[in-house]
Design a protein. Structure first.
Length: 188
């Protein structure tokens, strides 16, 4: 786990951010029209209309069936990436998770330390449009929607291929309650 410090650390480049979102979009696109429609429905939904039921046709729950296949496709797309490229992508995910480590988002998703991290992993995994929708309006987040694998996806790929955990050099933490700017009070 990375510890937050006063040092600015290494920031993701705009090119690395664009690459992450492009990889995510490509992985989803390869799965076809059904998950594309579900993801779009989540971006366009009115959170005030959610009834809280776990209906099979509700896009907030139906997308869960696609997450494993999405991650598999993402892994295939990254099969030839170098160690530095995987580290760069991990740094972007780390930053995205850190940036939405906020009290107002936690109020919607709930969850323990790990549970809230996994909820934020789900937000990133669904792509830039959903991520930006939640960032702008936390009510767009979903309670109990999790994607644990996305939180350390590129770090695990790096470790599997090169036998080491990537050092992002970011000086931030992706772990829950690690973004002081996102929390009004102390959280542990």
């Amino acid at each position: 786990m990375t510890v937050t410090t006063d040092a600015p650390g290494t920031l993701p480049t705009p090119a690395d951010e664009a690459r992450l979102w492009a990889l995510i979009e490509t992985a989803w696109a390869e799965l076809g029209a059904e998950p594309a429609a579900l993801r779009q429905a989540l971006v366009e939904r009115d959170p005030a209309d959610d009834d809280g039921d776990d209906d099979d046709d509700d896009p907030s729950y139906a997308i869960d069936a696609w997450l494993g296949r999405f991650l598999e496709r993402l892994g295939h797309l990254c099969a030839e990436l170098t160690g530095p490229e995987l580290t760069d992508l991990d740094r972007v995910v780390e930053r995205k998770l850190h940036d939405i480590d906020r009290e107002d988002i936690h109020e919607v998703t709930d969850g323990s330390d790990d549970g809230f991290l996994y909820c934020r992993g789900f937000i990133v995994a669904l792509g830039r449009a959903y991520y930006e929708a939640v960032r702008a309006d936390p009510a767009m987040a979903l309670p109990d929607a999790e994607c644990e694998s996305m939180c350390y996806f590129f770090a695990h790929l790096h470790n599997d291929r090169f036998g080491s955990w990537p050092e992002t050099g970011s000086s931030i933490s992706r772990e829950s309650f690690g973004n002081p700017a996102g929390w009004a009070g102390d959280q542990t």
